[in-house]
Design a protein around this ligand. Structure first.
Ligand code: SAM
Length: 252
């Protein structure tokens, strides 16, 4: 038996201990023998173990040196000891790839954005995140959760909020409710420059209570946009498809 591990707050360590939740997550992922999968932040291997039993082999990315050392003893695991934000998914991992993880909540958005450029290599992603973040990812227009994160991710992935996980399922318990999300990249995403979409969406949502003519009007003028776009709305009323169409029109 290894010595007990003291959870490190700076690494966002909240370890899953609820066997029922672990089973539900593994069932939602439905791993098949031989599939290439990577787990981000395996920690004490709560999900790693049932996943690798089904897959036969699993790659894991773990930043904590002590945890990485423990994981290296497992013969069916390939351990990348690194900050996931420094991992180049194109050169360091196989394609097509499935991605899973109970993510460190302090850097969950940077991880989602780090993965975005690799979406064409990915089959699907299943993550445990703060429920509030999952609500924003899966939101529809006209709701308070609909915003930058929604548009940037829904442009590239089909997003499904699967189920919630309460704090008591972890040790130590996080202060917030958690949820499992499935992200499946669209096979034929709208072709556009993500940096331009990001700029457009940031500008549109910069004053989300105001009409778009206040927030986005000047931004469009500066780009000499001569098409039509209804600016008598608030950003949260504009469907993702319309933001995409506008970004594409601006690229022409
Ligand atoms: N998967 C485990 C579980 O469900 O019990 C642990 C989840 S814990 C919320 C997050 C894990 O991510 C920890 O093992 C932590 O050390 C690791 N981690 C934190 N920051 C990381 C980073 N930048 N890159 C890779 N792993 C990281």
């Amino acid at each position: 038996m290894s010595a007990p591990h003291q959870a490190r707050k700076r690494f966002g360590q909240n370890f899953l201990t609820d066997g029922g939740v672990i089973d539900s997550i593994v069932r939602a992922i439905d791993p098949r023998p031989g599939e290439a999968m990577v787990e981000i932040g395996p920690g004490l291997a709560a999900m790693t173990q049932p996943l690798v039993e089904r897959l036969g082999h699993l790659t894991v990315i773990e930043l904590d040196r002590d945890l990485a050392a423990r994981l290296r003893k497992h013969p069916q695991l390939t351990v990348i000891e690194s900050d996931v934000l420094k991992v180049d998914f194109a050169s360091q991992l196989p394609t097509p790839l499935r991605v899973v993880g109970n993510l460190p909540y302090n850097i969950s958005s940077p991880i989602l954005f780090h993965l975005l450029p690799f979406a064409d290599r990915v089959v699907d992603q299943h993550f445990m995140l703060q429920k509030e973040v999952v609500d924003r990812m899966a939101a529809g227009p006209g709701t308070k959760d609909y915003g930058r994160l929604t548009v940037m991710l829904q442009w590239r992935y089909d997003i499904e909020a699967l189920f919630d996980v309460p704090p008591e399922s972890f040790d130590p318990p996080p202060r917030v409710m958690s949820a499992i999300v499935r992200m499946t990249p669209w096979t034929k995403p709208a072709a556009l420059d993500p940096a331009l979409l990001e700029e457009l969406v940031a500008s549109a949502f910069s004053q989300r209570r105001k009409l778009l003519r206040h927030s986005l009007g000047r931004w469009l003028e500066a780009r000499q946009f001569d098409g039509t776009f209804d600016l008598q709305r608030r950003a949260e009323e504009v469907p993702v498809a319309e933001f995409i169409a506008l970004a594409q029109a601006l690229q022409k």
